[in-house]
Design a protein around this ligand. Structure first.
Ligand code: FES
Ligand code: FE2
Length: 347
């Protein structure tokens, strides 16, 4: 039996029993795609109906990367000796051998897949038998009649926890992004408060709203997400405030992939105007802001978490850390309970 995993290490690798976005929809074409998420190598491909499949990226024969192989629709074929594995993780054919006993056996872990809001989401179970929770994201993504969005995603060389901390920290808007198109206004100091919600909480400035990055919400509804809004100048087109829904997926201990959906409540011809203006003018400005975040996070001291001095503005991120720590502890406890039961059964 493996040694007991430290809760910090477990968290750094990624919480489970959650849905995570792993790539944007456009990234999965006809060739199998190999990615790493939560430290796991995964191969994704699309079948002829457009459905995406996700499997452990390891050929059951001798371990070649299936993502180097061929998309045969409902299955992938390994490049090395042609073994074919279905989206369910079951070996369908071993063309090099007659009546190979490998055929028909479930050799690989398969992932539940959902494609929505322009992204591919996978369910990462703590235990293979765990049933995925219902999974819903904020209204600004789910209600496509009222809202329109763009997804922007990027890989950052920092642990995913730093990327979450960053979004849970509204005060950095007035400093790090002070020279940006959207966060130049407002007070440079504030008192903050926490207001509970049905799925998490809001962390907000007590005296300023609708001026800068003034509030952020953390939610847990089958997936962990954050939401905020930033006011927009008229020159950037029609629609209400600019909504940002953020999610982060761990790649490995020191890399993550961020997903930011930018949404506006806008319909009809105004939606077309806004989408045109976003593509032509706003998108570049947004990337500039995100680059500022990326630079700071990738430059954080390697042991930043061990040498922090948190103050009142960090209450939001401290609360998220506590929530995630509790989730990690309960997942680890369930794991060691299962291991103990197994040891008892085989003793
Ligand atoms: S390693 Fe894949 S078929 Fe041999
Ligand atoms: Fe930022």
């Amino acid at each position: 039996m493996e040694g007991k995993m430290d809760v910090r290490d477990y968290l750094r690798r990624g919480l489970r029993d959650l849905w995570y976005p792993v790539v944007a929809s456009w990234e999965v074409g006809s060739a199998p795609l190999g990615i790493t998420r939560l430290g796991e190598h995964i191969v994704l491909w699309r079948d002829t109906t457009g459905q995406v499949h996700a499997l452990e990226d390891r050929c059951p024969h001798r371990g070649a990367r299936l993502s180097m192989g061929w998309n045969l629709g409902d299955r992938v074929a390994c490049w090395y000796h042609g073994v074919e594995v279905g989206g369910d993780g079951v070996v369908k054919d071993v063309p090099a051998v007659n009546a190979c006993p490998l055929v028909g056996s479930k050799c690989l872990r398969s992932y539940l897949v959902q494609e929505k809001h322009g992204a591919i989401f996978l369910y990462f179970a703590a235990d293979a038998d765990n049933v995925p929770p219902p999974f819903e994201l904020p209204l600004e993504l789910e209600d496509t009649e009222q809202y329109s969005h763009f997804l922007c995603t990027a890989e950052w060389k920092c642990g995913y926890e730093s990327a979450i901390d960053n979004v849970m920290d509204p005060m950095h808007g007035a400093y790090l992004h002070a020279a940006s198109h959207s966060m130049a206004e407002g007070e440079r100091s504030a008192e903050m408060q926490i207001v509970p919600t049905a799925t998490g909480f809001v962390f907000e400035k007590t005296k300023q709203r609708g001026v800068n990055f003034d509030w952020v919400e953390f939610g847990h509804s089958g997936a962990l997400w954050m939401r905020l809004s930033i006011p927009y100048r008229k020159q950037f087109g029609p629609g209400g405030p600019f909504w940002i829904i953020g999610m982060v997926v761990p790649v490995d201990d020191s890399h993550c992939r961020v997903f930011f959906w930018r949404a506006r409540k806008v319909q009809g011809w105004q939606r077309d105007v806004w989408r045109f203006m976003y593509r032509t003018r706003l998108e570049a400005l947004h990337w500039e802001v995100l680059e500022q975040d990326r630079k700071v996070l990738e430059g954080l001291s390697p042991h930043a978490r061990d040498n922090e001095f948190l103050y009142a503005h960090d209450a939001g991120l401290a609360r998220v850390r506590r929530i995630m720590l509790r989730m990690a502890l309960s997942q680890l406890a369930a794991q060691s309970g299962a291991e103990a039961a197994m040891a008892g059964a085989t003793a």
